[in-house]
Design a protein around this ligand. Sequence first.
Ligand SMILES: NC(=O)c1ccc[n+]([C@@H]2O[C@H](COP(=O)([O-])OP(=O)(O)OC[C@H]3O[C@@H](n4cnc5c(N)ncnc54)[C@H](OP(=O)(O)O)[C@@H]3O)[C@@H](O)[C@H]2O)c1
Length: 159
Amino acid sequence: MITLIAAIGKNRELGKDNDLIWHLPNDLKRFKKVTSGHDVIMGRKTFESLGKPLPNRTNIIITRNTEYKVKDCIVANSLEAALNATTDSNPYILGGAEIYSQAINIANILDLTFVDATLEADVFFPEIDLNIWKETSRENFKADDKHKYDYSFVTFKRT
Ligand SMILES: NC(=O)c1ccc[n+]([C@@H]2O[C@H](COP(=O)([O-])OP(=O)(O)OC[C@H]3O[C@@H](n4cnc5c(N)ncnc54)[C@H](OP(=O)(O)O)[C@@H]3O)[C@@H](O)[C@H]2O)c1
């Protein structure tokens, strides 16, 4: 069971200049809760944007650089190698755009936060083909003093 987890804007924006483009504390809290205890797989740029391994999770970093090493992390040279390296029956794929665009073809679940904003971005989540993906749950939240935009937690399962 492979899950892609991402927060995306109205135009599927993901980030800009190798960073996120919003600050949504409830999304970060939920991300931590959902992924803790699991293996998390991410591209080298996303890992470098985080700056350090995510605690309480086995971090698997994908790069084509065969010399790349990071303390306490597993390094894999392809998405397939990353999936071979995991012993978790439900690993989470954390992005970024390059990795999502490859992994959406093999994922079973999309765990998405839809952010009700249109923002400048240089990386985007791939198109979600609704002939393939069926929405199975949704929770909607309004903007508040800690969250600049409305947002929704939405799960899709492969049909
Ligand atoms: N909104 C969200 O939920 C979310 C989540 C994650 C990331 N982001 C944002 O997304 C951006 C980063 O995404 P990105 O697309 O630029 O980078 P990325 O997907 O994180 O990493 C790309 C790197 O992964 C490696 N890679 C990709 N495909 C590979 C393959 N098949 N085999 C081996 N290595 C492979 C390459 O590393 P090497 O160059 O080292 O070979 C490539 O440069 C940032 O702005 C970040 O903030 C947003």
